[in-house]
Ligand binder design. Structure first.
Ligand code: HH2
Length: 273
């Protein structure tokens, strides 16, 4: 899943794709790099982000969804019903919901649904996140929410532990460490570690400041590979080409003990299915 933020203020790509033409070009470039889904978002959910009015978020997202939908599966990254509805109408096939509250809409629309866990709201979620048992609470919430969505009629339901959403560094690491337990719950798992702050904090510079956003590729790939090896069905990433290369390696390593060199050659410019 390639990340496409049509926002002025997203923590990593904010301001780069506010122009719809640039956003669509970036989406298509990620498809060429091997993304199966493009996740279009019109509101940053970084810690401390200011909410965007629904009309503004719709205006950012809808033209980009409509232009990309004929070419690739599109998800809309929103927690607002009216934005989700407009995006689905424009061709989005998945509602990616950081609030895990839009399942009735996804069930009604007959589209895919990602339920993500978040403690609090983006404005305040990183102030003092607390859990008695982060793994049990987050995974328990997700499995319950997925079952509720399925009972409501949602056909395709994914779950996502919400790395960085109301979680300390140690909460994030515990959730990743125990990801296999969430996979064992039977719902397809999505994981987004790409370029997130906890990677920067694990790799501080000499002055103690976290590695900046553009210096988190190695940690992002490690997070994606870790998630894939734990059985995640999808990783949400900014660096699609690099992640696809990592994914091919993970996939091929899992395939067999007896590799056929010929079958392993990737056609020029293409990504092996
Ligand atoms: N992370 C972000 C946004 N949406 N959705 C899912 N399912 N999982 C995630 O981990 C996730 C998400 C935050 O990243 P980004 O979109 O790059 O930044 P911003 O929220 O600043 O736009």
């Amino acid at each position: 899943m390639g990340v496409l933020n049509v926002t002025p203020d997203s923590f990593s790509d904010g301001g780069r794709y506010l122009d719809p033409d640039q956003a669509v070009a970036r989406g298509l470039a990620m498809v060429a790099e091997g993304a199966d889904v493009i996740d279009v978002g019109g509101e940053s959910s970084r810690p401390g982000a200011t909410p965007v009015a629904p009309a503004e978020e719709r205006a950012r997202v809808v033209p980009v969804v409509a232009a990309l939908a004929p070419h690739v599966r599109v998800s809309v990254d929103t927690s607002k019903p009216s934005v989700a509805e407009a995006a689905v109408h424009a061709g989005a096939g998945i509602v990616n919901d950081i609030s895990a509250s839009l399942w009735p809409l996804a069930a009604e629309a007959g589209c895919g649904y990602v339920a993500m866990h978040m403690q609090g709201t983006p404005a305040t979620m990183q102030q003092d996140p607390r859990y008695d048992d982060v793994v049990a609470e987050v995974f328990g919430f997700l499995v319950g929410r997925a079952a509720t969505a399925r009972r409501a009629g949602a056909g395709e339901v994914w779950v996502d532990p919400g790395i960085g959403f109301g979680k300390t560094l140690s909460h994030n690491l515990s959730l990743l460490h125990h990801l296999g337990d969430l996979v064992a719950g039977g719902w397809p798992v999505v994981v987004g570690t790409s370029r997130k702050g906890f990677i920067g904090r694990l790799d501080p510079g000499p002055d103690g400041s976290p590695a900046p956003v553009d210096a988190r590729l190695a940690g992002s790939l490690a997070g994606a590979v870790w998630a894939m090896l734990a059985g995640a069905a999808m990783v949400r990433v900014h660096d699609v080409a690099a992640t696809v290369q990592a994914a091919v390696l993970v996939g091929d390593t899992r395939l067999s003990n007896d590799w056929d060199e010929e079958a392993l050659v990737v056609p020029t410019g293409g990504v092996r299915p």
